[in-house]
Design a protein around this ligand. Structure first.
Ligand code: GTP
Ligand code: ZN
Length: 215
């Protein structure tokens, strides 16, 4: 754990000349090891890793991976440390939060949008709207599958806010289905996680889905 506030920029700022500075050894990304592995991959595909243009690629990829997987070293609960008491007990929804993640099967990106909504509990709390997007970011910057990403966001919100209900919907395109394999460009995967009132009450869920889908 090297960030106190769940801020991923904190990690990026610690990258100096390709090395994570000031981070506890056990939590730092092993940039040298990634570099070595990428060099091996270049050789394995029949490239010359020492040719002009590829020389610095292993180091670049290592830095890119440190950034793409920075969420592994951030405690998502820290994102929700600032909460407020409020007498608002109605639906709160942040729609169209950009999501970019890496599929854990192929280490290729998937990207799209997240819609995150909740109903505060009677004794529950509300949180800053930006924190919902930060939570998406922390869980997305890890090797992921879309289903787990969706439920992790929902579960933490339910627990930390003691919410009456949480609904999370993700709509993403997976490059592993577009660039390779089945090669279906534009296929969108929609996943949802509903908790509490959204799970038990079809009418509440239908109203939320109508707001999520309203354009
Ligand atoms: N459920 C789920 N599957 C995913 C996700 N991202 C990628 N996949 C799928 O993971 C599966 C891995 O299947 P495998 O048969 O082990 O791998 P593969 O031979 O590369 O599969 P193909 O993509 O069908 O060529 C593929 O069907 C991918 O489409 C995700 O977020 N959720
Ligand atoms: Zn994949």
């Amino acid at each position: 754990m090297i960030s106190d506030d769940g801020d991923l920029d904190y990690l990026a700022a610690r990258l100096v000349d390709g090395k994570l500075t000031g981070a506890p050894v056990e939590s730092a990304v092993d940039l040298a090891r990634i570099e070595k592995a990428v060099r091996e991959i270049l050789i394995a595909i029949g490239e010359d890793p020492d040719r002009n243009g590829l020389e610095r690629t292993p180091a670049r990829v290592a830095r890119a991976y440190a950034e793409l997987f920075a969420g592994l070293r951030v405690d998502p609960a820290k994102v929700l440390t600032t909460t407020f008491e409020a007498d608002h007990e109605e639906f709160v929804l942040v729609r169209d939060i950009e999501v970019m993640s890496m599929c854990e099967h192929h280490l290729l990106p998937f990207k799209g949008v997240a819609h995150v909504g909740y109903i505060p509990g009677t004794h529950g709390r509300i949180t800053g709207l930006s924190k919902l997007a930060r939570l998406v970011e922390v869980y997305a910057r890890r090797p992921q599958v879309q289903e787990r990403l969706t439920s992790q966001i929902a579960d933490l919100l339910l627990e930390r806010l003691e919410a009456r209900g949480v609904i999370v919907v993700l709509e993403c395109e997976h490059l592993c289905m577009e660039m390779r394999g089945i090669r279906k460009v534009g296929a969108r995967t929609i996943t949802s996680a509903v908790r509490g009132a959204f799970q038990h009450d079809g009418k509440v869920r239908a109203e939320a889905m109508a707001l999520i889908n309203a354009r």
